[in-house]
Write a protein that binds this ligand. Structure first.
Ligand code: SAH
Length: 353
């Protein structure tokens, strides 16, 4: 191992910070350098959360979207995407099924779908909280006005996931059409935090045109914003998007970034994402070893699962299906960890306000 990598990792653990050049070396670390970084990421995770892994049941309730993000298979210009929208009742049924399987967090994710109204979101959140009172409800439905976020919160929603996707304005404009802006995305994130949600931000690794400098911008944003949750996964191309011919992001770099983020934000709730599991068979286990502590199995009704195709090859019927939760539990145990069936709230509640 390069001596300077060990020094850098140790400094990151001690200071929770490094100058840009140090971050660059760690982001790009390989072989035994990367192994050292990830092992330290795993240790920091254990020092905060022990060996616990939290599960979140993911309900992908609509794949209609008014946006046209260049990377995403749900983009409105993708005519090949077979659209679906669950009813409020179906969403509630999924949540209850998840509750019976043992989940105490349900994540409602979808495109920005005007056909599933904000009133319906409010109503379904209320119903879930009535039927499953000790369950945390997480929303991941994109950009809304502040009063809508407030209404979701007042209805009982606890958490909100909204990746910034990239914290570099130039890079943002290469991934999105002109009507979408980083400024608006970040305004939404700050608004969500002000309202009182536990908030998750995040980015893709290896998205087209991304430089290591762009990734450093995401790490700097993360330090400033102090999210409660953080979603990091490799970019994976989708055949019916403008980015179809770009290569997938690096699994190795994604694992390095999980470790770096864990060390910089020891209490953050950090999933080993489905994209990581799709890009590599061992992806999620390796993610847990590098410092991740959350896995999000799929609770969507089986017939629609294969239609929520953010990218090609997205896993949806294997161990990540919520029904196979016992298999997932064994996978987690094979990584030396166990499933904590609690809500899995942010360990530093009261902080990151
Ligand atoms: N509409 C919601 C949910 C988006 S889907 C929102 O705007 O937040 C959740 C995440 O999937 C996105 O934030 C994005 O980072 C990721 N994603 C989309 N397309 C992807 C792709 N091709 N490869 C990897 N991840 C992708």
């Amino acid at each position: 191992m390069k001596e300077n990598i060990k020094t850098l990792v140790d400094a990151l653990v001690a200071e929770r910070n490094l100058p840009d050049e140090g971050l660059r070396a760690l982001i790009e670390a390989e072989s035994e350098d990367a192994a050292y970084l990830r092992a330290r990421g795993g240790e920091v995770c254990e020092s905060v959360y022990g060996k616990a892994v939290y599960l979140r049941g993911l309900v992908e309730f609509t794949n209609y979207c008014k946006n046209d993000c260049f990377y995403c298979g749900l983009r409105r210009s993708n005519r090949e995407c077979e659209r679906y929208r669950l009813t409020e009742e179906e969403v509630l049924d999924c949540a209850i099924r998840g509750y019976e399987l043992g989940f105490r967090t349900v994540v409602l994710q979808g495109g920005e779908d005007g056909g599933f109204s904000d009133e319906s979101v409010v109503s379904v959140v209320r119903k879930i909280k009535e039927s499953c009172p000790d369950t945390a409800v997480t929303l991941s439905i994109g950009e809304r006005d502040a009063d809508k976020y407030q209404a979701f919160f007042d209805a009982g929603a606890d958490r909100y996931l909204l990746r910034e996707e990239t914290a570099s304005p130039e890079h943002y404009s290469k991934l999105h059409p002109p009507e979408l802006s980083l400024e608006r995305r970040l305004d939404c994130l700050y608004e969500l935090k002000r309202i009182g949600f536990q908030v998750g931000c995040g980015f893709m690794v290896g998205a087209p045109y991304q430089t290591t400098g762009d990734i450093i911008a995401d790490l700097r944003f993360m330090q400033k914003f102090k999210p409660h949750m953080l979603g990091i996964g490799p970019f994976i191309p989708h055949k019916s998007t403008p980015f179809r011919d770009f290569p997938a992001g690096s699994v190795e770099m994604t694992l390095n970034l999980l470790a770096i983020s864990r060390i910089m934000l020891p209490e953050v709730l950090l999933p080993a994402t489905t994209a990581l599991g799709t890009a590599s068979d061992r992806g999620r286990e390796d993610g847990l070893l590098a410092g991740a502590n959350v896995i999000m199995p799929n609770l969507s009704p089986a017939p629609v699962r294969s239609k929520y195709l953010l990218y090609d090859g997205k896993l949806c019927t294997g161990d990540e299906a919520a029904e196979s939760v016992r298999l997932m539990e064994r996978r987690i145990e094979s990584a030396g960890r166990y499933v904590d069936w609690g809500r899995g709230d942010f360990a530093g509640m009261g902080e990151n306000k």
